[in-house]
Write a protein that binds this ligand. Structure first.
Ligand code: URP
Ligand code: ZN
Ligand code: ZN
Length: 467
């Protein structure tokens, strides 16, 4: 079947131009000027993109579907979460498989394949969370990379759960360097944070805002600096996940200025929400539980620094860290003890809507929007050529983006399986008119129109670090 996206304006990470996009066999087969249309013959299906932009489908490089965390499990699974992602213009996710402490990465990867297979509605890849770097797991990295799991996340936070010490991080970095794999870091220093948490609770401070007050900016800045130092010693690239604050960004900037291959992502919650949201409403401090994520939301003055970082190429990617928990029964676990509130916020569906606000108010260009939401994660995480591009030969994962379309964000207008929205009532302008995954129109006018949802997504064997 041949599909034509006609009369649109193609926006890539580098260029903006009028073009027809021709699709066959799930791939982009030609980009032509509309004046040449007659020469190319007929299409079975034509999508009118006049007055609209044609952009590569979003790649969300940081999601947690069905993640066991804090005594519960994130509320979206690979079915509901990927359908929601598609409604918001995201056509690929990279989720985090977990090596359970004392177990193998193989077992963790098998468990994540079982969660995703037969459920995912869009294509997906996996990173591997490495909770131990011992001779066995270091050896296992080879097999995982061969299977297309080419990035590993390590934690300086969450003692007793995920935290690994510097020696393990360093060993994993050296191994990653041999394999062309990428180490990604949760760079908050968790041991002193835990002391602050214990002291706050002992003093009777139990409200959600104490999540932020016990995880200060300096803990993230120091972790970031340390992770970069270890990567420099190992002579490998390093990628900071969910960077939230000015001082951590400055550590990345310094490293980049010295020519080091240090990369970082931020997330919409750090650009649009703040510590004030964690304080809740007057008389309802518990509302702040919906904004508990880690690293925590920072005071609003950080926003400008992060936007500047995106504009100036010091931050490369905006991912979501989508990790939803319902207020009822899940966030509720931490009423009376902020440290028991499951960490995470919903976001896989709202990333493009929100970041387009940055285009509308001139903080980033359209091309930079495409780069940070799709092309850069494709390059960094070994998907380039296949995903993240409007180019001949690439998968036809495309969004026809209508810059005039309005939407009010809210739990009832979005598709994520969660009982609140951090952006309830926020009106955005600019939304997908159509979303294509490997050439199939799966979302049109905010409705799922794909032939089937469950299991149409394919596992992506990613290449090695692509920059
Ligand atoms: O709050 C968060 N970020 N939850 C998910 C776990 C992580 O550290 O990414
Ligand atoms: Zn993390
Ligand atoms: Zn995460």
């Amino acid at each position: 079947m041949r599909t034509l996206i006609a009369d649109g304006t193609v926006v890539t990470a580098s260029d903006t131009f009028a073009a027809d996009v021709w699709i066959e066999g799930g791939k982009i087969v030609a980009l032509t000027h509309p004046s040449q249309r007659a020469a190319l013959g007929q299409a079975e299906r034509t999508i009118d993109a006049a007055g609209r932009y044609v952009i590569p489908g979003g790649i969300d490089a940081h999601t947690h579907m069905e993640l066991p965390f804090g005594g519960t499990t994130s509320s979206d699974d690979f079915g509901s979460g990927t359908v929601a992602a598609a409604h918001g213009g995201t056509t690929t996710i990279i989720d985090f498989a977990i090596q359970a402490k004392g177990s193998s990465m193989r077992a963790g990867l098998d468990a994540w394949h079982a969660k995703a297979e037969g459920k995912a509605a869009i294509d997906y890849g996996f990173h591997m969370i490495m909770t131990e770097a011992n001779p066995g797991t270091l050896e296992e990295m080879t097999g995982l990379v061969r299977e297309g799991v080419t990035s590993f996340k390590m934690f300086m936070a969450y003692p007793g759960v995920f935290l690994v010490d510097d020696q393990q991080i360093f060993r994993a970095m050296l191994r990653a360097g041999e394999l062309g794999a990428l180490i990604t870091m949760h760079a908050e220093i968790g041991l002193p944070i835990d002391v602050l948490v214990q002291r706050a609770l002992a003093a009777g401070h139990t409200a959600p805002v104490y999540h932020a007050l016990t995880r200060p900016e300096v803990a993230e800045a120091t972790g970031t600096e340390r992770a970069i130092a270890l990567a420099e010693m190992a002579k490998v690239p390093v990628y900071m996940v969910h960077l939230s604050a000015q001082r951590a960004l400055e550590r990345v900037m310094e490293a980049r200025d010295r020519g080091l291959p240090a990369y970082a992502e931020t997330c919409p919650q750090y650009l649009f929400c703040s510590e004030d949201d964690l304080r809740g409403d007057p008389g309802d401090e518990w509302k702040g539980a919906g904004y508990v994520c880690t690293p925590p939301l920072r005071p609003a003055h950080h926003h400008d620094h992060l936007w500047r970082g995106l504009r100036n190429y010091d931050l490369q990617v905006v991912a979501t860290d989508h990790c939803p928990f319902c207020m009822k029964d899940q966030k509720e676990l931490g009423r009376g003890d902020f440290s028991k509130i499951p960490n995470g916020m919903p976001g896989v569906e709202t990333r493009l809507y929100l970041l387009w606000e940055g285009v509308r108010d001139g903080r980033i260009s359209m091309n930079r929007f495409v780069e940070i939401t799709s092309t850069a994660p494709a390059k960094i995480f070994g998907l380039h050529g296949k995903k993240g591009a409007v180019a001949v030969g690439a998968d036809a994962d495309l969004v026809v983006w209508d810059p005039q379309r309005e939407k009010v964000l809210g739990k009832d207008t979005l598709h994520m399986r969660v009982d609140y929205s951090p952006f309830e009532g926020r009106k955005v302008v600019g939304a997908p008119a159509a979303v294509l995954s490997r050439g199939e129109v799966i979302v049109e006018d905010d409705r799922w129109v794909g032939t089937h949802t469950r299991g149409r997504g394919q596992f992506l064997r990613r290449g090695t670090f692509g920059l």
